[in-house]
Design a binder for this molecule. Structure first.
Ligand code: PMV
Length: 375
C-alpha cells in the first residue's frame, strides 16, 4: 500500500534555493503481541521475541527537516519540538545518527553530510502532549524516512524504489517498536518460523489478515498522562535476569501464534482473549521483576473490570490491551462503534484523567506527504 502512494520520492522534498526541506508524517502503533526484552548480545535493539502491532491512522508525528545544500562555515544541528528548541530531542537524534552510522554506508554518508551543514529538525504530534501515548515510534519512523530520502538525493537516486526494509531498520535503531510504524495495517517484527522473510532487523506488513479486522478501532482511554516511573528501556533491561525469562519466551511465542491464527481466520474472540492475556502477562513481568514495579493505576483495573463485565452482559466484541503504561486501548470493530462509545461515555469516562479518550483506527497509509510545516 505504501509503495503505491510513495513512489514519487521527489514529492517529499522542496527545493528552497540554498536549502532542501523534507517532510512527512508517520503513525504510532499499538502492539497486540509485545516486544519485551532485548537480545543485546546480538546487537542494538534486537528483540527477544517476535511482536505484532497495527499502525494508528490519527496518532501521528509530523517531521520536518531543513538542511543547507552547501557546506557552511559554522555547521549547526538543532531540534524544535512544537516550535520550541528541545536539547533533549537534539541529543537523542545525535545518538541515533551515531548508531546508524555504524550500521550502514548510506547513513554514514548522510551523517558526514549533515555534520558540515546547517540542519534544523522539527516535529509535532497530532495527539496531545499529555496523552501518555509514546511518540518515539512515530517520531523515529518519520525521521528515518526523511533521512533516507536525503540519502537517496545525495546518491542521485530520487526516482528509485523505496526500501521499506532499510528505513524500518533505521527506525528500529532509534526505538525498537518504531520499525513497525513504517507500515500500514498489521505488522510483525522479529524472526519467526511462522512468517516467511521475518527478521529481527526490520518489520514486515502482515498480509494474511481477515477483512473483519480491516476497520479495527482503538479507543485510547487516558487513565494517567504522567511520565512513567520506569521507562521502556529500563523495562526491557529487567528481562535480562528476570526469574520468568524462559517462561515469558515460551508464552509470548504461543500468543504470537494464536494472534496470527485469529487474524487469519477472523476470530475476534480468540484475538481478544489472547491480546488481553498477553498485555496482562507483560505487566505480570513488571510485577515479578527484581526490583518489582507497577505501571497500572487503580483506574486501569476499574476500567478493565468494567470492560469485561460489559462484554459478558452484551456479548459485544470489545477487548483491551495496554502498552507499558496505565492507559487502556479498547479495540473493537467499526460496526459496534456507536454502542461502545456510548459505553465509554456513560461508564468509563469518569475513571479517566479529565475524562479524556482518543478514538483512532487502523492506519490505511503509514508515511504520508504533509505540508503542515510548509504553510
Ligand atoms: O520501542 P520501545 O523500546 O519503546 O519498546 C516498546 C515496548 C512496548 O510498547 C511495551 C511493546 C511494543 O511492542 O510496542
Amino acid at each position: 500500500m505504501n509503495q503505491a502512494i510513495c513512489n514519487n520520492l521527489e514529492s517529499f522534498v522542496l527545493d528552497k534555493g540554498d536549502f532542501w526541506e523534507i517532510s512527512c508524517s508517520a503513525p504510532s502503533n499499538i502492539a497486540l503481541v509485545k516486544y519485551w526484552g532485548k537480545d543485546n548480545a546480538r546487537g542494538p535493539q534486537i528483540p527477544s521475541n517476535p511482536s505484532l502491532s497495527f499502525s494508528l491512522e490519527n496518532c501521528r508525528t509530523f517531521a520536518f527537516f531543513k538542511v543547507s545544500k552547501e557546506e557552511v562555515k559554522s555547521p549547526s544541528f538543532s531540534f524544535f519540538f512544537e516550535g520550541k528548541a528541545s536539547p533533549t530531542f537534539e541529543k537523542k537524534m545525535r545518538t541515533w545518527l551515531t548508531r546508524l552510522e555504524e550500521e550502514s554506508e548510506c547513513a554514514r554518508n548522510i551523517w558526514a553530510f549533515l555534520s558540515q551543514r546547517q540542519v534544523e529538525l522539527h516535529s509535532m504530534n497530532t495527539f496531545p502532549h499529555s496523552a501518555g501515548i509514546a511518540s518515539s515510534a512515530s517520531s523515529y519512523a518519520a525521521f528515518a524516512f526523511c533521512f533516507w530520502i536525503l540519502g537517496q538525493r545525495l546518491l542521485g537516486k530520487d526516482s528509485g524504489a523505496i526500501s521499506w526494509q532499510e528505513i524500518s531498520t533505521w527506525a528500529r535503531l532509534g526505538s525498537g517498536s518504531a520499525c513497525r510504524s513504517l507500515f500500514a495495517g498489521f505488522t510483525s517484527w522479529g524472526q519467526s518460523n511462522l512468517i516467511a522473510h521475518s527478521s529481527d532487523y526490520y518489520a514486515n506488513s502482515l498480509e494474511n489478515v481477515h477483512s473483519t479486522f480491516k476497520d479495527i478501532r482503538d479507543c485510547i482511554l487516558i487513565v494517567d498522562s504522567q511520565n512513567k516511573a520506569v521507562s521502556s528501556t529500563q523495562g526491557h533491561a529487567t528481562m535480562e535476569k528476570h526469574p520468568f525469562k524462559d517462561e515469558r519466551q515460551q508464552i509470548v511465542r504461543q500468543h504470537f501464534q494464536m494472534v496470527l491464527n485469529a487474524l487469519a481466520s477472523g476470530d475476534w474472540a480468540l484475538l481478544g482473549q489472547t491480546i488481553e492475556q498477553e498485555a496482562l502477562h507483560m505487566h505480570a513481568m513488571m510485577l515479578s521483576a527484581n526490583p518489582a514495579y507497577l505501571l497500572m493505576k487503580a483506574a486501569s483495573f476499574n476500567v478493565i473490570n468494567k470492560i469485561r463485565a460489559y462484554r459478558d452482559s452484551t456479548k459485544l466484541p470489545l477487548y483491551f490491551t495496554l502498552d507499558a503504561g496505565p492507559n487502556i486501548h479498547l479495540l473493537f470493530p467499526a460496526e459496534v462503534e456507536v454502542q461502545v462509545m456510548e459505553f465509554v461515555r456513560e461508564h468509563l469516562q469518569s475513571d479517566l484523567e479529565n475524562g479524556k479518550w482518543i478514538l483512532d483506527q487502523v492506519a490505511a497509509q503509514s508515511i504520508k506527504q504533509e505540508s503542515y510545516f510548509l504553510e
